[in-house]
Design a protein around this ligand. Structure first.
Ligand SMILES: [Zn+2]
Length: 199
């Protein structure tokens, strides 16, 4: 049984394990998804430029445990199936044609990231009573990268239910520069690798 304590904001009686005051709606701790690894957006962009698609997949695998921790059993099964099927499908697609591989990988990354976003949204509704939603365009274009961004702005999203965009011009400039740096490194590496091949 949880004990009752006074809310530090409004003084009403609340349970001592509550995340949010049911009277004044104040949160007692910053909302978060626990134990998510590799949450730096800049790092994600650089590694994604070096390992296109592969890094997004690895990120999902590394965070699989923390994500299924907050998921329903149905969502767990769906996410697991997609993560397992992605590998054989991408290998076969890669044998057929590089373009088929890119399309197959994108479809799987979209499926995986959609499931993760839905898990976070359902969890937020139960845990924080907040209708957190994602931006469909952001998800469709950036798939797993969008999740990293989504998690970075998660407290604001919980505090402002229904918010689909989260835009900060300073962050935008910072991440654009990191993105360009990542592309620069990738282009340089490709150049050196092709040089070694010829030599
Ligand atoms: Zn209160």
């Amino acid at each position: 049984m949880s004990e009752k304590v006074k809310c530090p904001y409004c003084g009403n009686e609340i349970y001592n394990d509550a995340e949010q005051c049911e009277f004044c709606k104040e949160y007692f701790a910053e909302p978060e998804i626990k134990n998510i690894k590799l949450t730096s957006l800049g790092q994600f962009i650089v590694f994604s430029c070096l390992l296109p698609g592969v890094y997004a997949y690895l990120w999902s695998l590394l965070n699989y445990k923390s994500i299924i921790n907050i998921a329903s059993s149905r969502d767990r099964a769906k996410l697991k199936t997609m993560l397992i099927l992605a590998l054989p499908f991408c290998i076969v697609a890669g044998i057929i044609n590089p373009i088929v591989l890119v399309i197959t990988a994108k479809i799987f990354l979209l499926g995986i990231s959609y499931r993760i976003l839905r898990i976070i949204e359902k969890y937020s509704l139960i845990k924080y009573n907040s209708a957190v939603t994602h931006n469909e365009y952001g998800w469709f274009i950036f798939d797993v990268l969008y999740i990293v961004y989504f998690l970075g702005t998660y407290p604001e999203r919980v505090h402002t239910p229904g918010m689909r965009m989260c835009f900060n011009i300073n962050n935008w400039i910072k991440y654009s520069l990191i993105f360009l740096l990542g592309i620069g490194i990738a282009v340089m590496l490709t150049y050196y690798l092709s040089f070694i091949d010829i030599g």
